[in-house]
Design a protein around this ligand. Structure first.
Ligand code: ATP
Length: 507
C-alpha cells in the first residue's frame, strides 16, 4: 500500500493528561483523510507531532515508508509536510508575494527577485484554481483569500502533505464550497490532505477516509462513502447524538432588550449597523442571521459597550444603557459570550479558576473584606467544569492556554451562563465545538430561556439559528431586512432574506 505518512502507536503525555494514547493514522497518497474527535480528544497534539512542534513520547513516524524523526517544523517542511493553521501567520501590510517569500528564499541565502517569485505564484495559483493576485496586500483581501495565500505558501515550498486545521471555521458558505473544490484539485495533482474538522457534513462532502479518536485513543478508520454521519458521531462521542433541537413553545415575558434606531460605525469608520431596531423579550431566543460582516459585530459591540453608538437608544429593562461603561452594562444584566474567545474571553495565562471569577471575584462569597475565599472559588469553578464537561489536565488549576480550543470555548460559555444574566448575548457559541458539546450548549441556551431570561443568538450557522431561535432577525448590509418566526420559515427563505430580499420578494 502506498502510504505517504504513517503515524504508528503515538503517545504523548502532558501533566495530568495523556493527549495521545497509542494513536495510529495512515495517510494514503492522493486521499483526503479526515481526523475527527471530540474537543480535547488529541487532534491538535497529534498534528503538532507530525509537524515537528512536539516530540512524541513513544511511537514511530514513517514518511514514504521510511522511519523519520521530525525534530522541528523545518524538518517537517523538508519532508514535504505543511500546515494551514487556524490563525493565519501573515504580515498585513505585505503583499501576497512578499508573504510567501518570507522566511523561504532568504533562509536559503537565495534571494530571488520578486518578479520571478510572483510569476511562480501566479502559475501555482492557476494550476490549483486558487485565483490569488500575487500583488495584492494581505490587509485588502478577504479571509478566504488569506487562507489561499497560506495554501500557496505550502505549495511554493513543494509540500506534498497538507494539514488543514479546521479550515472552514472562518469561511462563509460560498468560500467553504470553493475550498472543497480547491482540496479536490490538490489531490488530483497528487497531493495528500489531512483535514481536521468537527463538521460531519464537510467530511461527507470531501473526505475519502476518516480516522476517529476519542480521549486520546484511536477508535477506528472508516470509508466515508459507506459510513453515515450518525455513525461517525457515535464513534466520536461514544453515545447516540441527536442533531435535532427539542424545545417547548416559548412563554413570553416583559421586553428585556429594546434597540431603537441604533447606528454603529465599523472599523473603517463608516456605518456598519444602520438604524437598527429590535426587541428581545424574557423567555425567548432571538437569532440574528446574516452573512459574516453584515453588521453583527457592530450590533453586539454596540450593545455591550465595546463600540460607541452614533445614534439611537439601547434599553435594558426600560433603562437606557447607551451611555454606560462596559462594566455597568454587565451590572445591568448583560452576559456576553464573545466571538473572539482568545482576545476578549479569557486571560490565557491565568488558571481556569481565575478566569471563571474574572468578572465577579470581588463579590461575596468569592471575597470578603478584600480577602479571596479560595474554597468557594474552587467549588464554583468545579461546578462549571463539571456541568459543561470542560476537560483539562489539572482541573480548576490548569493554565487556560493548555486547554484545547474547544474546551476553552466551553469554559467561557459555562462562565457566562452560570452568571445567570437577564440578557445573554451568545456570539457563535458553538464554533469549533464537537457535535456532543453542541447538543449540550443548545440545551443550556434553551434552559436559560425557559428560566425566563432573554437570549440574543448571533450565528453564521443557519441550522443553529433555525433550530434554536424562537424568532429570527435577518441582517443585510447593516440593515434589518425583517423578523420572522422560526416555526414558520425555512432555510430557503432566510437565505433569500440574507441576500437582502424582503419576505415574499423572492417567491
Ligand atoms: N501544551 C499543553 N500542555 C498541557 N496540556 C496540553 C497541552 N496541549 C494540549 N494539552 C491537553 O491535551 C489534550 C488534547 O488537546 P488537543 O488540543 O490535542 O485536543 P483537540 O482534539 O485538538 O481539541 P479541540 O477540538 O478542542 O481543538 C487536552 O486535554 C489538552 O488540555
Amino acid at each position: 500500500m502506498d502510504y505517504v505518512v504513517e503515524m504508528l502507536n503515538i503517545r504523548k503525555e502532558f501533566p495530568g493528561v495523556v493527549a495521545n494514547d497509542d494513536i495510529t493514522l495512515r495517510l494514503k497518497k492522493g486521499e483526503i483523510h479526515a481526523l475527527l474527535g471530540e474537543n480535547g480528544a488529541g487532534k491538535s497534539t497529534l498534528m503538532s507531532i507530525l509537524f515537528g512542534m512536539y516530540q512524541a513520547d513513544r511511537g514511530t513516524i514513517k514518511v514514504h515508508g521510511k522511519e523519520t524523526r521530525i525534530s522541528n517544523p523545518n524538518v517537517a517542511g523538508k519532508l514535504g509536510i505543511g500546515m494551514v493553521h487556524q490563525h493565519f501567520k501573515l504580515v498585513a501590510n505585505f503583499t501576497v508575494t512578499e508573504n510567501i517569500m518570507l522566511g523561504n528564499e532568504i533562509r536559503k541565502g537565495l534571494v530571488l527577485d520578486i518578479k520571478t517569485a510572483a510569476r511562480r505564484i501566479t502559475e501555482l495559483s492557476k494550476r490549483y484554481g486558487l485565483n490569488v493576485d500575487p500583488h495584492a496586500k494581505i490587509e485588502d483581501i478577504s479571509v478566504g483569500m488569506q487562507q489561499r495565500v497560506e495554501i500557496l505558501k505550502m505549495l511554493y515550498r513543494n509540500a506534498e502533505v497538507l494539514i488543514f486545521d479546521e479550515p472552514t471555521a472562518v469561511l462563509t458558505p460560498q468560500e467553504i464550497e470553493e475550498l472543497g473544490k480547491i482540496m479536490k484539485s490538490l489531490i488530483a495533482e497528487g497531493k495528500s490532505i489531512i483535514l481536521i474538522t468537527h463538521k460531519l457534513k464537510e467530511i461527507k462532502a470531501v473526505a475519502d477516509r476518516c480516522t476517529v479518536i476519542r480521549r486520546g485513543k484511536t477508535i477506528g478508520t472508516v470509508e466515508v462513502a459507506t459510513t453515515s454521519e450518525q455513525t461517525m458521531a457515535e464513534m466520536m462521542v461514544g453515545r447516540n447524538v441527536s442533531f435535532q433541537v427539542s424545545k417547548k413553545p416559548s412563554s413570553l415575558g416583559e421586553v428585556v432588550l429594546k434597540l431603537e434606531n441604533v447606528s454603529v460605525k465599523n472599523s473603517k469608520k463608516v456605518l456598519g449597523l444602520k438604524q437598527f431596531s429590535l426587541e428581545v423579550r424574557a423567555g425567548e431566543i432571538v437569532g440574528i442571521a446574516g452573512v459574516e460582516g453584515n453588521g453583527q459585530t457592530e450590533l453586539v459591540e454596540g450593545i455591550t459597550g465595546l463600540r460607541k453608538i452614533e445614534e439611537g437608544a439601547i434599553y435594558m429593562e426600560g433603562r437606557n444603557v447607551a451611555g454606560l461603561s462596559i462594566r455597568d452594562r454587565i451590572r445591568s444584566g448583560i452576559g456576553h459570550i464573545p466571538e473572539d474567545r482568545q482576545r476578549r474571553g479569557l486571560v490565557l495565562d491565568y488558571t481556569l479558576e481565575e478566569n471563571m471569577v474574572l468578572e465577579i471575584y470581588k463579590r461575596p462569597p468569592f471575597s470578603k473584606g478584600g480577602i479571596l475565599n479560595k474554597r468557594s472559588i474552587r467549588q464554583y469553578t468545579n461546578g462549571i467544569l463539571q456541568s459543561f464537561d470542560v476537560r483539562s489536565g489539572q482541573g480548576a488549576l490548569s493554565i487556560t492556554r493548555s486547554l484545547s480550543g474547544g474546551n476553552q470555548q466551553k469554559a467561557i460559555i459555562g462562565r457566562e451562563i452560570e452568571l445567570n444574566p437577564t440578557l445573554l448575548i451568545a456570539v457563535q457559541p458553538t464554533r469549533g465545538l464537537d457535535v456532543g458539546s453542541i447538543e449540550y450548549i443548545h440545551k443550556r441556551l434553551i434552559e436559560h430561556r425557559d428560566k425566563g431570561k432573554a437570549v440574543l443568538l448571533i450565528s453564521l450557522e443557519l441550522d443553529e439559528i433555525l433550530g434554536v431561535s424562537d424568532r429570527i432577525a435577518v441582517l443585510n448590509n447593516g440593515e434589518l431586512v425583517g423578523v420572522v418566526n422560526a416555526a414558520d420559515t425555512s432555510e430557503n427563505e432566510i437565505g433569500l432574506m440574507m441576500a437582502g430580499l424582503e419576505r415574499g420578494e423572492g417567491e
